[in-house]
Design a protein around this ligand. Structure first.
Ligand code: SAH
Length: 229
């Protein structure tokens, strides 16, 4: 005969469930702020509240674990097929899975260091010389509303003919053609598109020249908002 659950056990379980809900709610709120503000706003947010960053990352991990494949693994496979001598910049590197999985030199940029490899900075202004990297990566990291500024920074640090890899949540693209056109305005020609996952797209571009001045019309991505579960 099973003993009745002691009262303290029951309230501990209830508290755990409430905490779980609260974490979920805080994650969704932070996530929404990151997708609806600029990269500078994100930098300010996490500087003021580093705990929020760790909470965000726990929530992010939980989301991507539900997916059949992590997008960063596609980028890893892509790089492993190419010379390890290519220098990589990982914009919004998170826990540096990419750097840890390839032989290449990888410059890791994020707002808070989840790993000692991270250089803390806003991705709109990274401490790299112009035309110094072969591959720029944004893996689920195009979060700020100042997309043109962020991608302009990637253009600045990329060598001519360098590669830009973008992995993004599929539902964020409202008009892929318009997006690609805007990318060409920013000096990036589309080389290949992998739309095979229903969760995320992987887009490969090459740098054809500097970003042209003026607004890149069509450079829009929907915010990636998560529903309460
Ligand atoms: N690329 C990693 C992490 C993706 S989560 C992966 O695929 O696993 C998105 C990351 O972008 C987060 O770590 C977040 O902190 C970072 N990020 C968001 N805005 C940023 C900004 N303005 N500057 C630098 N990093 C930023």
């Amino acid at each position: 005969e099973a003993a009745p659950e002691p009262r303290s056990g029951r309230s501990a379980a209830l508290r755990a469930r409430m905490e779980e809900r609260l974490l979920g709610a805080r994650f969704r709120y932070l996530n929404q702020q990151l997708y609806t503000g600029s990269s500078q706003d994100a930098a300010r947010l996490f500087r003021a509240d580093p705990a929020a960053f760790h909470l965000y990352h726990r929530g992010f991990e939980r989301q991507v674990q539900r997916w059949p494949e992590r997008p960063v693994q596609r980028i890893v496979r892509y790089l492993r097929r190419r010379p390890a001598s290519l220098v990589v910049a990982d914009f919004g590197c998170g826990d540096c899975t990419l750097a840890a999985s390839v032989k290449n030199q990888v410059h890791c940029f994020d707002l808070v260091p989840l790993s000692p490899r991270v250089t803390v900075c806003d991705m709109a202004k990274v401490p790299l010389a112009a035309e110094s990297v072969d591959v720029a990566v944004f893996c689920l990291a195009l979060m700020g509303t100042n997309l043109q500024e962020i991608l302009g920074e990637a253009n600045r640090v990329l060598k001519l003919g360098g590669i830009l890899m973008v992995a993004e949540v599929a539902s964020r693209f409202e008009d892929t053609r318009a997006f690609l056109k805007a990318m060409s305005h920013l000096g990036f020609r589309s080389v290949s598109k992998d739309l095979s996952s229903s969760y995320f797209y992987v887009l490969e571009f090459t740098k054809t020249g500097p970003a042209r001045p003026g607004p890149a019309v069509g450079l829009r991505l929907r915010p990636c908002l998560y529903k309460r579960r």
